[in-house]
Design a protein around this ligand. Sequence first.
Ligand SMILES: NC(=O)c1ccc[n+]([C@@H]2O[C@H](COP(=O)([O-])OP(=O)(O)OC[C@H]3O[C@@H](n4cnc5c(N)ncnc54)[C@H](OP(=O)(O)O)[C@@H]3O)[C@@H](O)[C@H]2O)c1
Length: 311
Amino acid sequence: MLRALASLFFYARFYGQFSVAGLRRRRADWVDYDQDLSGQTWLITGASGGIGRAIALQAHARGATVLAAARNRQKLDALRADAGNSERFEVLPVDFSLLVHTRRFAAKVIGRSSPITVLVNNVGVLLNQYQRTAEGLESSLASNLLSHYLLTETLVEAGAIDPDGVIINMSSGGMYGAALDLKALTPDPAAYDGMAAYAQHKRAQVELTRHWNQQWQGHPKVHVMHPGWVDTEGVQSSLPWFRATLQSRLRTAADAADTALWLGSTRPPPAAAGIWLDRVLDDEHAFAFTRKPAPSAKDLAEFLRAHSQLA
Ligand SMILES: NC(=O)c1ccc[n+]([C@@H]2O[C@H](COP(=O)([O-])OP(=O)(O)OC[C@H]3O[C@@H](n4cnc5c(N)ncnc54)[C@H](OP(=O)(O)O)[C@@H]3O)[C@@H](O)[C@H]2O)c1
C-alpha cells in the first residue's frame, strides 16, 4: 500500500516533465542547429529497438556512419534494411549482459580504422525477477552498468573514441527516486526488487558521468540524459500497467532520440552536475533524501572496475 502510494506520488510529481506534455512545452524554445553528421561515426548500444533504433536511423539519415549493436540478429537486419542497406550502416550482434562478449566487441571496434565520434550507452533493462548470467553476475547490473563501463573505458583507453567526441549515457527519470548505494548494486536474490535495482543503475550512470568528466577533462566529453516516458517494447514488457495507464501521454522513440542527437551534434561542455532532458540540463536531484550521504564517484568507479574485471 505504502509502495503504491509512493509510486503514485512519484508519477504525479514528474508527469508534467516526463510525459509528452513536457516535451511540447520545452520544444517551443528550441532553436535550429547544424544537423549534418557527415564524416562522423556513431556507435549505439541497444539499437535494434526502441530509443536506440530511433537514434541510429536518425543519425544515419543525417549523414553519420552508424554502428548499431544489440543481441537480436533478425531485428538488426531489419534495422539495416530500414536504413536502405546503406554502406554507412553496420550492425554488430553482441550480448552486453556478458563481459566476455563486451570485451570481444570492444576489440572489434578498436580494430576499425576510424574512431568513434559519438558513443551512446543506451542499453537499459528492467527485470522483474532476479537473473544470474553465466558469469555469475546479476543480469541487469551487467547489462545496464558493467558492460557500458567496460566498453567505454576500453575504447577510450585504446584511443578508439575521438578526443573531441562525445559519450552519452542514457539514464532514466527513475534515478530521481534513488540515492546511490553500492551495496544495493549487488542485491540479495531472495529480496530482489527489479525497479529498485534499475533506479540504482540509472543513478550510478549520473555519478559515473561525473567521474569520467573528471578523469578525461572533456576529451571526450561525457553527458548523461534521460528520455522522458517513451512508448517502447521495453516499457511494454517491463511496465505494462504504466503503459496502459499513460499510453496517449507517452513520447515516441523519435521524440526521445532528439536530446541524444542534439548532444552529439552540438557537443556542449561537460557539466559538473545535472541530467539532460529535452535539450535542458535539469537538476540531478528532485528530493533531499537522494543527495547525501552517498558514495563518491571515485568509489563507484572502483566498484565498477572490480566487478567488470577491468585490469
Ligand atoms: N522507454 C522509456 O520510457 C524509458 C524511460 C527512461 C529511460 N529509458 C532508457 O532508455 C534506454 C532505451 O530504452 P527503450 O525503452 O528503448 O528499451 P527497449 O525498447 O527495451 O530496447 C532496448 C534495446 O536494448 C537491446 N538490449 C537489451 N539487452 C541487451 C543486451 N544484453 N545486449 C545487447 N543489447 C541489448 C535490445 O535489443 P535486443 O533484444 O536485440 O538485444 C533493444 O534494442 C534504456 O537505457 C532505458 O533504461 C527508457
